[in-house]
Design a binder for this molecule. Structure first.
Ligand code: BGC
Length: 469
């Protein structure tokens, strides 16, 4: 039985989640802002195209480093102070990029910003997940994804506003505001009660829980967490090799890679290019299309927030991946059979728009938020920081790989072939989810551990489907 407090939500705990989610906003803003800024940076510094790609992808390299750093910091100094370190990285990196007198400093700034992104990308959902009562954990952790999507939209908007005066420095500099808000806001937020318990600081954890749950009856939740620590008493990177962690690591790293290699960021960042390929490519339609992708992403994420604690993680992931596969097949077919459309018709453009919107919506209702929710809940407390760091490193490395290979893939396989490849990977991902991912809806973080411990999940597929339904 879950402790009663795991069903209580207070406005204070919502405030804590919202402040932490500014980290998600920065993740979205700082990954998105470069698409507009790069056009003017290129002009100002007269960059060759190799250097341009490096400036664009520097943030992803930084994110891999930041995700590694988070794995060391989150278990030691705790989630709250790790997020504050992330805010400092955002501030330093953004200031360096905004005031960069030359390309090396610009690249340095983008790498440091990327470190903030990589660190915040998993420590924020981890912190929210550890603060949240089990019944609302999915929704509250998904707030981070909503913030990412808002950040991306905001970046498009700010890029648009400052593009009139070619003010690329301002495009970056605006990011200083949420970075300062995150750093200052987090100073007033509590330490994660679960981290405190793992450090034996139970009286402090009790105070935090009393405040976040709005009741003094928090002893059962504390004992529940202490039980989890007994299930797995060793911690650190060495413990990642224990058999108990094999499956959760396969799930986390597997989903991390699948979240990227099914192509989301090619759509988010190359939407205008894809539209151009389809013949719908005037500047106006490109901007509208890009904004449209952002808005659909936002609406889909709201739907996910509504459903994630009701229908659960597994159904959302399955429907999401099925929708993504169907949309990718539609895109592949549209590009593959383009020769059959009447000359002068804009059928390809219309099908492309429809395909991209369905694809982004399908991603947003499942694979986008649920990946981050799941990796926040499938690892035992003693190794949560290290294990989430590994999954997050895999996510950013795969993101980088897809970003640097997309245009080459299109050259080698053609547009239809590229979309078909992503579709095949999405179908594989459905199998992966149905076979391996357990349902964690409504369970306490400690009960999720019990699922893995009892090896319920490795039962034959039919039995496990029933068990998780
Ligand atoms: C992914 C990002 C992606 C974003 C888009 C996140 O969950 O990790 O790579 O850009 O969603 O909404």
């Amino acid at each position: 039985m879950a402790p009663a407090t795991e069903g209580r939500i207070t406005s204070y705990v919502i405030l804590v989640a919202v402040i932490a989610a500014i980290g998600g906003l920065l993740f979205g803003y700082d990954t998105g802002v470069i698409s507009g800024a790069i056009l003017f940076i290129k002009q100002q510094f007269g960059m060759p195209s190799g250097q341009e790609e490096f400036v664009t992808s520097a943030v992803l390299l930084g994110a891999v480093l930041g995700a590694l750093l988070g794995g060391v910091l989150a278990p030691r100094i705790g989630r709250k102070w790790s997020i504050i370190v992330g805010a400092v990285l955002f501030l330093v990196g953004t200031a360096a990029a905004a005031f960069a007198p030359n390309v090396p400093i610009l690249i340095f700034g983008r790498i440091v910003t990327g470190m903030g992104i990589g660190l915040a990308s998993f420590v924020v959902p981890m912190y929210i997940s550890e603060m949240a009562p089990a019944r609302y954990r999915g929704q509250m952790t998904s707030l981070n994804q909503l913030a990412i999507v808002v950040g991306i939209l905001l970046a498009y908007l700010i890029d648009y506003v400052f593009s009139k005066g070619s003010d690329w420095r301002w495009m970056f500099a605006v990011g200083l505001i949420p970075a300062a808000a995150l750093g200052i806001g987090m100073l007033f937020m509590p330490l994660s009660p679960r981290w405190l318990i793992s450090k034996g600081r139970v009286p402090e954890a009790k105070k935090v829980l009393e405040k976040t749950r709005g009741t003094s009856d928090v002893q059962p939740e504390i004992e529940h967490t202490q039980e989890e620590l007994r299930v797995m008493s060793s911690g650190g990177y060495g413990a990642l090799l224990l058999p108990l962690l094999r499956l959760p690591l396969i799930i986390g790293i597997g989903l991390a890679i699948l979240q990227q290699v099914t192509g989301i960021n090619t759509v988010i960042y190359y939407a205008p290019t894809i539209f151009e390929m389809s013949g719908l490519g005037s500047a106006g339609t490109s901007i509208a299309a890009t904004a449209g992708v952002g808005i659909v992403n936002f609406i889909g994420t709201i739907v996910a927030i509504f459903l994630v604690d009701r229908s659960g993680r597994r159904p959302l992931l399955t429907v999401s991946l099925a929708g993504m596969s169907a949309a990718l097949l539609l895109l592949a077919a549209a590009f593959g059979f383009r020769g059959m459309f009447a000359a002068g018709s804009n059928m390809l453009g219309i099908l492309t728009a429809a395909g991209l919107m369905i694809y982004v919506f399908a991603f947003a209702i499942g694979l986008g938020p649920v990946f981050w929710v799941l990796i926040s809940e499938i690892y035992p407390l003693n190794v949560r920081g290290q294990a989430m760091s590994m999954a997050t490193v895999a996510n950013w490395a795969a993101n980088w790989l897809i970003s640097v290979t997309f245009l080459t893939l299109v050259n080698v396989l053609g547009q239809a072939g590229t979309f078909l490849l992503y579709a095949v990977i999405s179908v594989f991902a459905i199998w992966f989810v149905r076979r391996l991912v357990p349902e964690t809806k409504g369970k306490t973080l400690e009960q999720v551990q019990a699922i893995f411990a009892s090896r319920e999940h490795v039962a034959p597929p039919q039995a496990s489907t029933k068990a998780h339904a």
